[in-house]
Each structure stands twice: as structure tokens, then as C-alpha cells.
Design a protein. Structure first.
Length: 295
């Protein structure tokens, strides 16, 4: 039994005439009669009494009409919602901490404008943790920083930002810095290992044969910002986080030829995933930000 035969059966029962049912369904009368006969063969009983100018349901036919009516009503609801499945879907997006503090809200606002009925949940963690969850199919897509070299990953650039070394004016006065080696010897306030920002910084020090031991380590960049303002050491933070404090003269930037560093952010999804309209909206929003001022 298929849904097509049930639709034909319902139309024939409502019209009490195979010819009129055929006209409503844009079919020929023999095709309607054949479909009803096949349905009766599957049911093992007659569904209609054939009269000279009309048909009438048998008791079995009346029961099938009631049950099939419920099924066809549900089927029509599913058909109606089929084109809206993605718009109403629950989407799980991962984000690195820096991106979540920067450009992510604007991207999500754009997504909500285009898909107001979609349920979007966000998970914020280090770039490495987010990529691992995406690889394990625990996320639908992700915003991460640094390099993306995983073979399973497809990505497009999202934005870039610069990383600056900053400390309080009092700390700067006590600890003048003229080289990267002198900087490495100071109390450093660093993000946790595995974060893209920390990876970028570790690569810089490794390149210059330095191996600093951080005084503070935190997954929260705001904690490091406050610690720098309070004079506990030198923090390495995105430009967007330090601009206000520098204007207020609560922080000073450490200038060296090797600094500041640049880091790039990416929108990432699994290659085997065929992006639908919702993910495509995120991609378009990312592309529109490429020429925007640094976030």
C-alpha cells in the first residue's frame, strides 16, 4: 500500500464516483479503478459496493476511510513542514573564546534575521576543543582561530586580529623591555595551552629559542586583562580587548619588532557535510566580514 492509493481511495469515497474522483485528481477513470482494485486486493476485501451511477463504501471501506483520513492529514502536515525543516532545525555551533568575544554576536544576529525559527546553541571552548567536537560530529560547524590543517575539515576565512603585549604603566616603568628574551623573563599572563592565541605565542618564542614559564594561565582572556591592569605581568590579548584600557592609560603596549602578532579566524565544517541554507547563511556572513575593520 502506498500513499497515492490512499489519496485515490479518499477522493473516490468523498465523490462516491470513480469518474468524478479521476477528474479531481487529474487521472483517467480506468487508472482510478485499477488503484482501488489493487487496494482491495491488498486489504483482502471489497472497499466499495459498485452501483450503476455511483459507488458506496462497505463497512471495511468506512473503517479504512477513517484511518486513512488520519494518516493523510498527518502526511499533509509533514509535506507542509518539509520545506521548513532546516529553518526550524536545532543547530549546534562551536566557537573559540576570542571569536565569541568578538565577531560572533553580529554573525548570529544575521542568522536570526534569516532563520527566526531556528534553534541555535553555542558552545564556547578553546579552538582545539571545538575542532575535536566538530570532528566527532558533536557540532554542526565552528568558528576557530589559528591554522586549520585537518583533512576532514573545510573552511573559509572569517576575520583576522592582532595580538598585542600589554601591561600596566607602573609595571612597564619597573620592567623596561628591549628584546624578546627580556620579555620572556618577565611574569607572563597567558591563555591556556591548546588555545589558538597561546599556540601563536608559543610558536613565536620557540622560533627565538625562548621557553617562558607563565605566571598566570587562564581560559578567560578577561581575567588576564584585569591581571595586567593590576600590574601582575604582561598579557597577550587581541586588539579589541585592550583599546579602551590603553585610551584610559590603564595599560601600555610593549613594542618589539616581533610584535604584534596576527591571527586569523575561520568558519569550519566537515567536508562530508553538504551545507544547507542555514550553514550557507553563516558562510555568506563570514565572507561579508573579510573586508571589514579588524574585530
Amino acid at each position: 500500500m502506498d500513499i497515492r492509493k490512499l489519496r485515490i481511495f479518499q477522493a473516490a469515497a468523498q465523490k462516491e464516483n470513480f469518474t468524478e474522483a479521476a477528474g479531481e485528481l487529474f487521472m483517467t477513470q480506468p487508472a482510478v479503478s485499477r488503484a482501488i482494485l489493487e487496494l482491495e486486493q491488498e486489504a483482502g476485501t471489497a472497499l466499495f459496493v459498485r452501483l450503476p451511477n455511483r459507488v458506496s463504501l462497505t463497512p471495511a471501506g468506512r473503517r479504512l476511510l477513517k484511518r486513512s483520513g488520519e494518516l493523510l492529514s498527518l502526511y499533509r502536515e509533514v509535506e507542509k513542514e518539509l520545506g521548513e525543516l532546516e529553518e526550524r532545525a536545532a543547530v549546534h555551533i562551536g566557537s573559540s573564546i576570542t571569536v565569541a568575544n568578538g565577531g560572533l554576536p553580529a554573525i548570529l544576529h544575521r542568522l536570526q534575521e534569516h532563520f527566526p525559527d531556528a534553534t541555535v546553541t553555542i558552545e564556547v571552548a578553546s579552538s582545539s576543543a571545538v575542532l575535536e567536537k566538530l570532528r566527532e560530529n558533536e557540532l554542526d560547524a565552528a568558528f576557530v582561530e589559528g591554522s586549520v590543517s585537518e583533512e576532514w575539515a573545510a573552511c573559509i576565512p572569517f576575520s583576522s586580529y592582532t595580538i598585542h603585549a600589554v601591561c600596566s604603566p607602573e609595571f612597564a616603568a619597573r620592567h623596561p623591555v628591549r628584546s624578546l628574551k627580556e620579555l620572556a623573563d618577565l611574569p607572563l599572563l597567558l591563555r591556556e595551552q591548546g588555545s589558538a592565541l597561546r599556540d601563536k605565542l608559543d610558536s613565536l618564542f620557540l622560533l627565538h629559542d625562548q621557553n617562558p614559564v607563565p605566571a598566570w594561565t587562564s581560559v578567560n582572556s578577561s581575567v588576564l586583562l584585569k591581571a595586567a591592569v593590576e600590574g601582575f605581568g604582561v598579557a597577550f590579548l587581541p586588539k579589541m580587548m585592550i583599546e579602551k584600557k590603553i585610551r584610559q592609560k590603564k595599560l601600555e603596549e610593549v613594542f618589539l619588532p616581533e610584535l604584534p602578532l596576527e591571527n586569523r579566524s575561520w568558519f569550519v565544517w566537515r567536508k562530508q557535510t553538504r551545507p544547507g541554507r542555514l550553514l550557507q547563511c553563516l558562510m555568506d556572513a563570514c565572507r561579508s566580514r573579510l573586508d571589514a575593520p579588524e574585530q
